[in-house]
Design a protein. Structure first.
Length: 115
């Protein structure tokens, strides 16, 4: 088991930057893939970005060039650097981790971008 806790969300203006953090309750070395998802009201939960144990990253087309996913094994933490935020980025952002057949989710953090 691992607990994931997101932080860093908030209310920002269009064009601003924000960094989300996902702190794990134990080592993330064993995680095969970690990622960020988001869910806007009335919408399904969509993939934003992922990073594998081999450091391969993938991004949704809508965030490519603006968002950067990274992790710090020493701090057991994953990050999402979000630049040039747009109103369409408004959503609850969830941290996700996959370890063998197990899937873990955080509780989510709200990001609101005003235009």
């Amino acid at each position: 088991q691992v607990q994931l806790v997101e932080s860093g969300g908030g209310l920002v203006q269009a064009g601003d930057s924000l960094t989300l953090s996902c702190a794990a309750s134990r080592s993330i070395l064993s995680m095969n893939t970690m990622g960020w998802y988001r869910q806007a009201p009335g919408n399904q939960r969509d993939l934003v970005a992922t990073i594998t144990s081999g450091s391969t990253t993938t991004y949704a087309d809508s965030v490519k060039g603006r968002f950067t996913i990274s992790r710090d094994y020493g701090k057991n933490t994953m990050y999402l650097q979000m630049n040039r935020l747009q109103s369409e980025d408004t959503a609850v952002y969830y941290c996700n981790a996959r370890e063998l057949s197990y899937v873990y989710w955080g509780q989510g953090t709200q990001v609101t971008v005003s235009s």
